[in-house]
Design a protein around this ligand. Sequence first.
Ligand code: NAP
Length: 479
Amino acid sequence: MTDTPTQLFIGGAWVDAADGATMPVDDPATGEVLCHVADAGPKDAKLAEDAAVQAQEEWARTAPRVRSEILRRAYEIIIERTDELAHLMTAEMGKPLAEARGEVAYAAEFFRWFSEEAVRIDGGLATLPDGRNRMLLSRRPVGPCLLITPWNFPLAMGTRKIGPAVAAGCTMVLKPAPQTPLSSLALAAILKEAGLPDGVLNVVTTSRAGEVCEPLLRGGRIRKLSFTGSTAVGQLLLAQSAEAVVRTSMELGGNAPFIVFEDADLDKAVDGAMVAKMRNMGEACTAANRFFVHRSVAQEFGRRLAERMGALVVGPGTRDGVDVGPLIDRAGRAKVEELVADAVERGARVLVGGRTPEGPGCFYPPTVLTDVSAESRLMDTEIFGPVAAILTFDDEDEVVRRANDTPWGLVGYVFTEGLDRALRVSERLEVGMVGLNTGLVSNPAAPFGGVKQSGLGREGGRVGIDEFLEYQYLAVPVR
Ligand code: NAP
């Protein structure tokens, strides 16, 4: 912690906010203040934007191999510092150290992946149908980008955007979530050490997100917004981006259905449920939000899931043997409490958990609810906590219809031993990703993203870099 930067990172230098403002960073396991970081205002954001705009032209001309090697070095530094970064993330966000180490590896992988993609940006040459004209096609960086990230995966949500932006030759202003600024500042320090030129990445930590970001989006110099966060904020930012016709990538909220058919292997289904529900304490956009279990196996599935959930150890993420850390803050926990109370009022039974423990920190126990009414608020609200809500269904058409009956479409999980059914149901689900007999879909080599109100565009995979590239076509008549 002592070496972690706490200032803004602008033009390659560590600086205080122009008005000297700072904001506290809390430890959600204790509620105590860990440290203070600079709290940027619009003036600082403008300086960060100036630095990104100024660096853009030269950065776009930098050899792809150079950009690739910077990312590769940063990947190696992150891996070397796994423990240090994991402790930092656990301190500011709460996840258990084992999960934090997992996130460090996942986050680093985006840099390795995009270091490999940086040198594979291709164009094309074609003879047009008239036989005389040629088309020379090239890919160019979209320009200075504004990157806005949430608190739930403080390192990976940054590298998933910075990796392709660096690979494509874009400069950036990164605004991390105010709860977790330290991971992003540590990342900036690593990229500087890896040789990233001044001004290519600028980081503004702030408690005044709207004041800082809106002028950038409306100003016409930022050419791209890459946002990860809630659908409500995404909608607001899309509207703000319209004025200057800023290109956008939107990774928004989810409401994942987790479907267990009567022919599922229940061991696999329960293992999958533990991952899909409990990764990151349930604070994941990919978290299973609605468990649809065939009536004939619902009781057994609920019993086994409750047993596994009840055996998890809740406590500070730094303590050995802890499986479930605190939720991000009191507001996050209060929302989970309200959703559970509402479900219970509407007839749900609590199989395990459901009671907030006394004492400091924002802890909430792993909870399984069964007989959940379709009218419950948690059916159309992201729970963002360790609560599994089980509903039953009778046939395939019915479950597909109910699974799709939501404005979101990020991910779905399907458990069945029938290949036919697995493919049929997956194809009918209105989602960007499907976990087939698995509770984990995230992988840097795969295109991550959703349909409907879960977002626009994809991050990661071969297509992740496209979000940061434009086409330019040269018309060449050949006489
Ligand atoms: P959030 O409230 O939407 O905030 C996300 C980021 O947007 C934060 O940095 C936030 O800063 C900023 N922000 C909020 N209002 C803004 C404004 N007017 N202008 C500019 N920036 C603004 O979401 P969250 O609570 O941090 O994260 C949880 C949400 O993220 C969930 O819905 C989850 O599903 C989604 N998520 C999606 C993915 C995905 O890949 N699809 C991945 C992870 C998380 P402030 O907090 O200061 O407002």
